[in-house]
Design a protein around this ligand. Structure first.
Ligand code: GDP
Ligand code: GDP
Length: 436
């Protein structure tokens, strides 16, 4: 599980600029290889051989000036709970401020490592001014200019030194990890309990390494899985935006920890923006994905086509994700709950699948014949060769002339064809196009 670094501080000190700086290079890579979702608040960073997740807590702050102070304080607490290291950002231009002092006090009273980043230190003179922030009581301060990037290398060196060691092979890490996520009241805990009671499942609690997280091991049909803990909110946030922030951080953390994400929906409530966001997030991190429509027992007048209509409705909402399987269940009656595990296991298998290079290339040849690539600037686009460079999750690399000229719809066409031919049901596919 990747460590998490949170950025906290008052509005306008430059948190989101620093965030973009920290994930900059990585984002470019992700974007190139993947090309879809980008999220303003979460990003992955890579430095000196370590990967870590960066959260810009400021992205969730309310606009209302009256609640800024309590909003910032709450977010600092969230950052303390949810991350391994905190970057506390202050602003040389505005100098030490009373809210900075209040935040510093909260941060000094807890155990997580904190680095005090003095931003907007754009030149020598401002770097000097930055020293006034020693007043906040931290051993070291890190003057940086998020805009130009100066100072951020030293900062990142220190960040990486302070990150916890890569998780060792704990028992629960040996097994595929399943996370049940979804809006409140869709039936996540009911499903867990129902599985627990099922004769065919054996569930054991395993206290996790992270504070307060309890993961369970589940045995089913001779296989063992880790159920990722998605415990509810421990603290009740008062600021509305932060309540959402809490559950978003929690959900996203579970997604990042999982190999397969089961999105639970309440069949009577349908599908909304939050559900879409969860799917996008799972896709962004290349997790296996399936949707379980829960509370099927409460759906009146079920005829044989109803599930199909639900499936079409949901696939219509996220058209690019129609590779995600959708099943109907009832945690209350126990109807088809084991099917969730069966399908999750199929998705895990699909995610591990590796297509041989000859099979892939005869497939590429065939689709190129069926639908030739266009001519761009007088030159015919050609894919010379393709290889699945990696599985679990799968990554395909296509070597071609002028990859930047490849029309986006052709890219989608290839993905659809790959799925027609090789399935990869429930599995996001990464496709990279490179010049030979
Ligand atoms: P946030 O509210 O803390 O996320 O702050 P933003 O990242 O939105 O930045 C607030 C303002 O400060 C913007 O106008 C940025 O362009 C500016 N800013 C951010 N970093 C720097 C910096 O390193 N130097 C200077 N001069 N301005 C900066
Ligand atoms: P969570 O917040 O996602 O963990 O949801 P809960 O498991 O606490 O369930 C929320 C409510 O939905 C509870 O009142 C459950 O009894 C009810 N519920 C859960 N699953 C089902 C189901 O399959 N059918 C029906 N009718 N109610 C359900």
């Amino acid at each position: 599980m990747q460590p998490t670094v949170s950025i906290v501080g008052r509005p306008n000190v430059g948190k989101s600029t620093l965030f973009n700086r920290l994930i900059g290079e990585r984002k470019a890579i992700v974007h190139d290889e993947y090309g879809v979702t980008r999220d303003r608040h979460y990003g992955e960073s890579f430095w000196n051989g370590r990967n870590f997740t960066v959260i810009d807590t400021g992205g969730y702050l309310p606009d209302d000036p009256d609640v800024i102070t309590s909003g910032v304080r709450e977010q600092v607490h969230i950052a303390i709970d949810e991350s391994d290291l905190i970057l506390f950002v202050v602003d040389t231009e505005s100098g030490v401020n009373s809210l900075d002092k209040a935040v510093a006090e909260i941060l000094r009273k807890q155990d997580k490592p904190v680095l005090c980043v003095v931003n907007k230190a754009d030149n020598e003179e401002k770097v000097h001014q930055a020293y006034e922030f020693y007043e906040l009581g931290f051993d070291t301060i890190y003057p940086v200019s998020s805009i130009s990037g100066s100072g951020t290398g030293d900062l990142l060196d220190r960040v990486v030194e302070l990150l916890p060691d890569d998780t060792e092979e704990e028992e629960e890490h040996k097994y595929p990890r399943i996370a049940f996520v979804g809006r409140p009241n869709v039936g996540k805990s009911s499903l867990m309990n129902a599985l627990l009671k099922s004769d065919r499942c054996i569930v054991t609690d395993v206290p996790g390494t992270t504070r307060d997280s309890i993961n369970s091991l589940l045995e089913y049909k001779g296989n063992t899985y880790t159920l990722v803990d998605t415990a509810g909110l421990r603290k009740k946030a008062k600021v509305k935006e932060n309540i959402e922030f809490y559950s978003t951080v929690r959900t996203d953390k579970s997604i990042r920890e999982a190999d397969v994400v089961v999105l639970l929906l309440d069949a009577m409530q349908g599908f909304d923006e939050q559900d879409k966001r969860i799917l996008r997030e799972a896709e962004k991190f290349n997790k296996g994905i399936l949707i379980a429509l829960n509370k099927w027992d409460s759906v009146p007048e079920k005829d044989t086509n109803l599930l199909k209509e639900f499936q079409e409705y949901i696939h219509g909402k996220v058209a690019t994700m129609n590779y995600v399987p959708i099943i109907s269940i009832s945690a209350l009656t126990g109807q088809r709950i084991e099917r969730v595990l069966d399908v999750a296991d199929q998705v895990l298998e699909q995610r591990k699948k590796k297509i041989s290079t000859p099979a892939l290339n005869s497939f590429v040849e065939k689709i190129l014949k069926d639908r030739p690539l266009p001519v761009k600037r007088g030159k015919k686009l050609k894919i010379q060769y393709a290889v699945q460079v990696k599985s679990n999750p799968p990554v395909f690399k296509f070597f071609m002339n002028n990859p930047e000229e490849l029309p986006p719809n052709y890219r989608r066409f290839i993905e659809n064809k790959i799925r027609e031919e090789f399935s990869f049901e429930g599995v996001p596919i990464t496709m990279v196009f490179r010049q030979k």
